[in-house]
Design a protein around this ligand. Structure first.
Ligand code: COA
Ligand code: MG
Length: 297
């Protein structure tokens, strides 16, 4: 399975210029888009550009290239997959997934194409965007019981959901996301955690507002998300920093692990006058594992 990701930068699949620029962005992963950022008339060009890049270019660089295909119920989706699987994308981002059944269907397509292209079975992971239709958020609670071994993470989106709900805006008067979108977001987080996979937060669309992005990303990590999408290279560094453990957190985690190691039979220990028990140890180990993974990725 791929390494954990903090930032995943969207790049329109038909823009050679942006694809080239994305290489220097510092993003943990790039998602080459064949869906909404590509006009219908340019779908075939984008598909060919992405397929060629994966086949020829991407082998040489170390970037993790994901591909966002078109929704599974459109004819474009099969054309996308037929063109790009041979290039061994780091994963497939599935937009407008209606339910875990859509992920299972994509998984079957990948089973066949991996055999065709001589790729280890099951090696291409999937991440659904699991809130982009009115029905989709209502099925999030089915993910933990669905057998989806390719599931890398679950993410969500507010823009398509608002059009599906007939909303004139997805924001309240104070600029905060309205309740329906916050509910969809929370359910995404819980579904991902219940599945034991990455919880990836959505884009911050106002790409000139870097202070807002920082605040929003720090809050997102505090809540449990493990990374988020970027739409502009300027967003990447801020996202990487926000989703990395801080040096204080790493120092605290090392102290917690050491305190438990020094008292192997204790279920509870004290550190700086505070009680620590198993959830703290688990959290400390998680932080250290994350910091190791980001350092070695
Ligand atoms: N990936 C790589 N490079 C990008 C980029 C991206 N996502 N977004 C912008 N750049 C490049 C631009 O090409 C530009 O470089 P150049 O002047 O050498 O051509 C530079 O970064 C600065 O861009 P800027 O002028 O600030 O923005 P813009 O007006 O060119 O582009 C967007 C704004 C929103 C159109 C662009 O950021 C974009 O295409 N984002 C991705 C959209 C997407 O994929 N959406 C789907 C998911 S929601
Ligand atoms: Mg969309």
């Amino acid at each position: 399975m791929s390494a954990p990701v903090r930032s995943i930068l969207f790049v329109p699949g038909d823009s050679e210029r942006k694809i080239e620029k994305s290489r220097a962005s510092g993003a943990d992963a790039i998602v080459l888009d064949l869906e909404d950022s590509v006009a219908q008339a340019r779908k075939a060009i984008a598909r060919e550009t992405v397929a060629t890049l994966l086949r020829d270019g991407a082998r040489a660089d170390k970037m993790a290239y994901w591909v966002r295909i078109n929704p599974i119920d459109t004819p474009d989706a099969l054309h996308d997959l037929a063109a790009i699987v041979a290039g061994r994308p780091a994963g497939i981002l599935l937009p407008k997934a209606q339910s875990p059944a859509d992920v299972a269907q994509l998984s079957l397509y990948l089973d066949a194409l991996e055999i065709r292209d001589d790729i280890a079975p099951g090696s291409i992971p999937i991440m659904p965007v699991a809130t982009e239709t009115a029905r989709a958020p209502l099925t999030l609670h089915h993910y933990p019981d669905a057998a989806l071994p390719r599931l890398f993470g679950i993410t969500w989106g507010a823009e398509d959901l608002s059009s599906a709900l007939g909303a004139s805006s997805n924001k309240d008067d104070d600029g905060r996301l309205s309740l329906s979108y916050r509910v969809a977001r929370s359910l995404t987080l819980m579904a991902a955690k219940a599945c034991g996979v990455e919880a990836i937060d959505t884009v911050y669309p106002d790409f000139r507002d870097l202070d807002g992005l920082k605040r929003d990303s720090l809050a997102s990590r505090r809540e449990g998300f493990t990374g988020r999408f970027a739409i502009h290279p300027d967003q990447v560094e801020i996202i990487n920093a926000a989703f990395s453990p801080t040096s204080d957190e790493i120092a605290w985690s090392q102290q917690v692990v050491a305190a438990f190691a020094a008292a192997p039979d204790a279920g509870v220990v004290a550190l700086d006058g505070k009680m620590l028990d198993m959830p703290h140890l688990k959290q400390a180990r998680h932080i250290l594992a994350l910091s190791d993974a980001h350092m070695t990725a």
